[in-house]
Write a protein that binds this ligand. Structure first.
Ligand code: NAD
Length: 329
């Protein structure tokens, strides 16, 4: 069985190789992303493994199908980058890794909150230069703050558990309410109430047509002044331009992003010697109260190990005509 891994990095190879011994798979690693231009590379591979910024649109799926591919194995949870209905229509199977380590993303989320509130990023640089002045480093306690969690699935729940320990009050919104959230003290409210009453808003819902641009000019208007907004979910949940205006107007007091609307052109690559022509992204980086990480919420040893194991098991099991429960349909 032949598997083509697109968008592969050294760490993908490391974790696949460590876990491969149990699986009879012949893996070829491609550095390039999967898209319409590169899909022909997959000719002759029964399975193709892709990540968050590979694009499996209709044309790409047609090329894969024509080349003999039977299965697309996402090595991530989200699948907004795949035309799932079309894949189903042409008989391509799709699977994903629905859960690898919600705690990895949750801990990163809370890390962004703490870094923004206590200004660790600034303190680190100051102390390196023997500048021990505290002026400008004033923070605020998370204790007793109201945190709004939008999307209370696996990651939202893991965030809620951590924040309960900090003594935060939790307002939650999700069309599907979770008893586990209620058990840790989360209170479900309408989205508008969450947005209006939260000191910190953290996004943990998937990107879908219903959630695209959930955070826009109108929703930002309803937020508390100086609100902290955290997005470790998907960039398209924010209308970045509107967020930029709100930062300039000092309505948003803190912004922590691990994802960005147009990240496919930027993230996971070393662009330090290149000219970046995304003016919105570059402007975001100029604010002292904005912290951006390059989609690294998932990036822990535990998570990568689980992703590799689950993906390899998905591929072998599904190509053998059996089910894993990780199929999209
Ligand atoms: P999950 O499926 O367990 O939970 C998603 C929750 O969102 C569900 O409870 C669902 O009911 C809810 N939801 C659906 N529509 C909603 C809406 N309109 N408003 C509010 N909630 C809604 O998923 P998860 O494992 O918790 O992951 C959440 C998201 O995190 C993923 O969709 C993915 O985009 C993102 N993610 C990011 C990273 C990273 O490295 N930064 C890693 C993994 C996942």
């Amino acid at each position: 069985m032949k598997l083509a891994v697109f968008n592969s990095k050294s760490y993908d190879k490391t974790f696949f190789t460590q876990n491969l011994t149990a699986y009879p798979l012949d893996i070829t690693y491609f550095d390039v992303s999967l898209n319409q231009q590169t899909a022909e590379l997959a000719a002759g591979f029964s399975a193709v493994c892709i990540f968050v910024n590979d694009i499996a649109d209709k044309t790409t799926l047609d090329i894969l199908k024509a080349g003999g591919t039977e299965l697309i194995a996402l090595r991530c949870a989200g699948f907004n980058n795949v035309d799932v209905q079309y894949a189903k229509q042409i008989g391509l199977k799709i699977c994903r890794v629905p859960e690898y380590s919600p705690e990895a993303v949750a801990e990163h989320t809370v890390g962004l909150m703490l870094t923004l509130s206590r200004k660790f990023h600034k303190a680190y640089n100051r102390v390196k230069e023997d500048n021990f002045s505290l002026v400008g480093l004033m923070g605020f306690n998370l204790h007793n703050k109201t945190v709004g969690i939008i999307g209370t699935g696996k990651i939202g729940l893991a965030v809620a558990k951590i924040l309960t320990g900090f003594g935060c009050k939790l307002l939650c919104y999700d069309p599907n309410q979770s008893e586990q959230i209620k058990a840790v003290g989360g209170r479900y409210v309408e989205l508008d109430q969450l947005i209006a009453q939260s000191d910190i808003i953290s996004l943990h819902c998937p990107l879908m047509p219903q959630t695209q641009y959930l955070i826009n000019h109108a929703s930002i208007d309803k937020m508390k002044p100086n609100v902290m907004l955290i997005n470790t979910s998907r960039g398209g949940l924010l209308k970045t331009d509107d967020v930029l205006q709100a930062l300039k107007q000092k309505k948003i007091g803190y912004l922590g992003l691990d994802v960005y609307e147009l990240e496919a052109n930027l993230f996971f690559e070393d662009l330090s010697t290149e000219i970046i022509d995304d003016d919105i992204f570059q402007r975001l980086l100029t604010f002292p109260n904005v912290l951006v990480t390059g989609h690294q919420g998932f990036f822990t040893e535990e998570a990568l190990n689980c992703i590799a194991q689950t993906t390899l098991n998905n591929v072998i099991t599904i190509l053998n005509g059996e089910k894993t429960g990780n199929e999209l349909f």
